[in-house]
Write a protein that binds this ligand. Structure first.
Ligand SMILES: NC(=O)c1ccc[n+]([C@@H]2O[C@H](COP(=O)([O-])OP(=O)(O)OC[C@H]3O[C@@H](n4cnc5c(N)ncnc54)[C@H](O)[C@@H]3O)[C@@H](O)[C@H]2O)c1
Length: 287
């Protein structure tokens, strides 16, 4: 059984920043040994300076490159003797703009980081886990953008949808080896990826698409990753779990349940459909 609290060995991709960084710190706090990969060596050094270097290592890695992913997993096995948890997290916003304007090469690069990167991470982690025996857990960082339209740029969303489907198939295939594979689907999280450019405007618009009053923190996603990596989720596999402050639950928002400007928060009553009976409707005092 995988237990991050018992010196288990964890690999995190994109571990130098944002959600990956928070996950590295949470795994270390829980007693795990961690090797993380990233393209950003400067941020990686900053993280290493904060951590206990006897339990953490960094390998410069581009997740699009199969040899580099294999080397990252190999480094964890060489240094700490095994691999228990793989968190495929690295991601970029990728191609943006109207689909009629997206360069095919930018579309491919988006898929290379997001979908191919998660596939390569899963492939090489699974190889190591199968070789050592005893199972393991793999967590892929997807997004609410992969669950429907309107959650992110088109190429990004399609690549995240691929991650969610891949997670389900990998879970089925690897179950016989006691390797669990799950995905997390964050909503809006306060990391440089989304907040870097236009934080004030994002914070202003947030109440229009997220009912929970607080902005998501990288630690909120790291907590879910630790749950999926650990023994409390022993029977959970093939899942894609949202951590989005209720964003997707809010859905089409035609009724404006939590929006003070919405219809149902200004009136109360009963709509009787096509019964021929008139609806009752009364204004709410103070709305
Ligand atoms: N922040 C959000 O609101 C949000 C929402 C949903 C999903 N996500 C997903 O969470 C994951 C982490 O995002 P974040 O918000 O922490 O972003 P971030 O930009 O803060 O961190 C991403 C890290 O991945 C690294 N990286 C990028 N491309 C890489 C590559 N090819 N190889 C290796 N490392 C690479 C970056 O250098 C960076 O350190 C991504 O997969 C992202 O799509 C984020």
């Amino acid at each position: 059984m995988v237990d991050a609290e018992d010196g288990q060995v964890v690999v995190v991709t994109g571990g130098a920043g944002g959600i990956g960084r928070a996950a590295v710190l949470r795994f270390l706090e829980a007693g795990a040994r961690v090797v993380f990969g990233d393209l950003n060596a400067e941020n990686a050094e900053r993280l290493l300076d904060e951590a206990d270097r006897s339990r953490v290592g960094f390998v410069p890695t581009d997740v699009c490159d199969e040899d580099q992913i294999a080397a990252l997993v190999g480094a964890a096995v060489d240094r700490f003797g095994r691999l228990d948890v793989m968190f495929n997290n690295a991601g970029v916003g990728g191609a943006f703009g109207p689909l009629t304007e997206i360069d095919a090469a930018d579309w491919d690069r988006t898929f290379a980081v997001i979908s191919r990167g998660m596939f390569l991470g899963t492939k090489h982690a699974a190889r190591a886990m199968i070789a050592q025996g005893g199972g393991g857990t793999i967590v892929n960082n997807a997004s609410v953008a992969g669950l429907g339209g309107g959650g992110g740029p088109t190429a990004y969303s399609a690549a995240k949808a691929a991650v969610i489907n891949f997670t389900a198939n990998a879970a089925v295939e690897l179950a016989a080896h006691r390797i669990r594979v799950n995905a997390v689907c964050p909503g809006l999280v306060n990391t440089p990826l989304v907040m870097g450019k236009d934080e004030a405007s994002i914070r202003e618009r947030m109440p229009l698409f997220q009912p929970w009053p607080d902005l998501g923190r990288p630690e909120d996603i790291a907590g879910l990753v630790l749950y999926l990596a650990g023994p409390d989720s022993a029977f959970v596999t093939g899942e894609a779990i949202r951590a989005d402050g209720g964003m997707v639950a809010w859905g089409p928002r035609m009724t404006g349940v939590a929006d003070p400007r919405g219809l149902t928060s200004r009136y109360a009553g009963f709509a009787d459909g096509s019964t021929g009976r008139p609806p009752t409707k009364r204004p709410i005092t103070g709305a």
